[in-house]
Design a protein around this ligand. Sequence first.
Ligand code: ZN
Length: 502
Amino acid sequence: MEKKLAELKRRLLEIDDLNGATAVLNWDQATYMPPAGAAARGRQLATLSQLAHEKFIDPEIGKLLDDLRPYAESLPYDSDDASLIRVTRRQYDKSTKVPAALLGAFFQHSAATYQAWTQARPANDFTAVQPYLEKTLDFSRQIANCFPGYDHIADPLIDFSDEGMKAESVRALFSELRTQLVPIVQAIIAQPEADNSCLHHSFPEADQLAFGKKVIEAYGFDFKGGRQDKTHHPFMTKFALGDIRITTRVKTNDLSEALFSTLHEAGHAMYEMGVSENLDGTPLASGASSGVHESQSRLWENLVGRSLPFWQHYYPELQAAFPEQLGIVSLDTFYRAINRVERSLIRTDADEVTYNLHVMIRFDLELALLEGSLAVKDLPDAWQARYQSDLGLQAPDNRDGVLQDVHWYSGTIGGAFQGYTLGNIMSAAFFDRALAAQPAIMAEIGRGEFATLHGWLKENIYQHGAKFTANELIERVTGGELSIDPYIRYLRTKFGALYNLS
Ligand code: ZN
C-alpha cells in the first residue's frame, strides 16, 4: 500500500508541476508579456494543459485509486491520506467522464467565442456572438450529459466549481435571499444618496499601492511567499505553497479600485498560503470550492476592510498618505462613501447590498437557457426585463447588459456565477462563528490587529485545503447547513445604521 500511495503522490506532484508552470505562463501573460508573444503563449499554455490532462486521466492513476480504496476506508475520513484518495478519485472520475474529443472541441470553440466577444462588446453587437453562444449552450448540455443521473441539467456544471451544490438547493437559498434583500435595497434607495466624491480626487499610483501593501501585510499576507503586480483584471494565482501572486489595477481618480481589489485578492491569497504544508503538491492544496474561496476574499475585503472599526484605525493613516485629498474629509464621510449603496448596471462595481441581485439574475438566466425555457436570441430582452424588475434599471445597450461579463463567452453556460453569492453568504456565516469563538476580534480590528481572526481562519478553514466539500466544511465550522441569516443580520445591522433604517 505504501508503495502505491507513494507512486500516486509522485504522479500527482508531476501534474502539479505542470499546472504550476501553466500558472506562471498565465500570470506572465496577464502582467508583463509583450503583445507579440500572444500566439506562442496560447500554444505553450495549450501544450502544458494537454500534458497535465493526459497524465491525470492515465488509467494507471485509476488503478492506483482502485487499489488504495480499502486503505482509504480504513483511515479516519479527515486524515490527509484518506482525503487525498477520496478527492483525487472524484476529480479523476470527472476528468475521465468527458470524452477528450468533446473537451478539445469545446476548448477550441471557447477560444473562438472569447475572441468574438472581445470585438462584439465594444461594438455593442450581440448578434455577432449569438451563434457562438448557441453553440456554447449546446456544448454545455453535452458536457452536463456526460454525468447522467442529475436532478437538474445545471447540477454537473455547478458541481465543477462548487462540488456538492445543486441547482435546486442554490435556487431555494437565493430566492430566500432575494425576498430579504429587495426590501432592504428599496428602503436604502428611498434615502438620500451618500456622497462619494472624496474617493474621486487624484491619488498618485505609488501611494495607493504602498497603502494597500501595508494593510495586507498587517492582515497576514506573507511577502516572503507572495507578491503583487499590476494587471487589467485583478486575480490571484498560485505557483506553489511558497509562491502566491496577486494582481491589482489602479485608477488615479478612484481610490477604492486598487485598495479594495487588493484586500479582496489578498483574502484569496491568504487562504492558499494557509493550506497545510502536508498537502502541498497534491489536489488538496487549494481552496474547497469557488464559493468558499470567495467567502475568504469577501471577508477580508468587506466584513473587515469596509467596517467602521477597521477605518477608525486606518483612516488617520490614509489621511496622512493623502493629506491634500482627504485632510478635511471626516471619517464618517469617508466611511459612508466606501459603503454607498446604489442601483447600478455593472456587477463588478456593485456594492455589498445590490451585488447579489446581479449574480442571481445571471444564475436564473443560465438555468432557463439550460432548461430550454429561454432561447439565446431572447437573452438580451430577458436580461433587460430582469434588471428592470430587480433593480429598476434599463441598460442603454447590450454592452452594459448581456455582453458585460466574460463568463459565458469563455466557458460553459452554467456553474460560473453562483459561487459569488454563495461566497457572500458563507463569509458572514464563517465570520459569525469566528466572533462567537473569539469575541475580541472586532476590538482588535479597531487597533489594526488581525492575528486572532487570521489564526481562527487558518485553524478552521485554510489548513484543510480541499479536503472537505463546501457543505462538509460549513457543517464542521457552523454546525449546520448554510444559512442566509448571519448574512442578512450583518447587512441589516451595518446598512441599517448607515442609512437610518428602522
Ligand atoms: Zn474573488
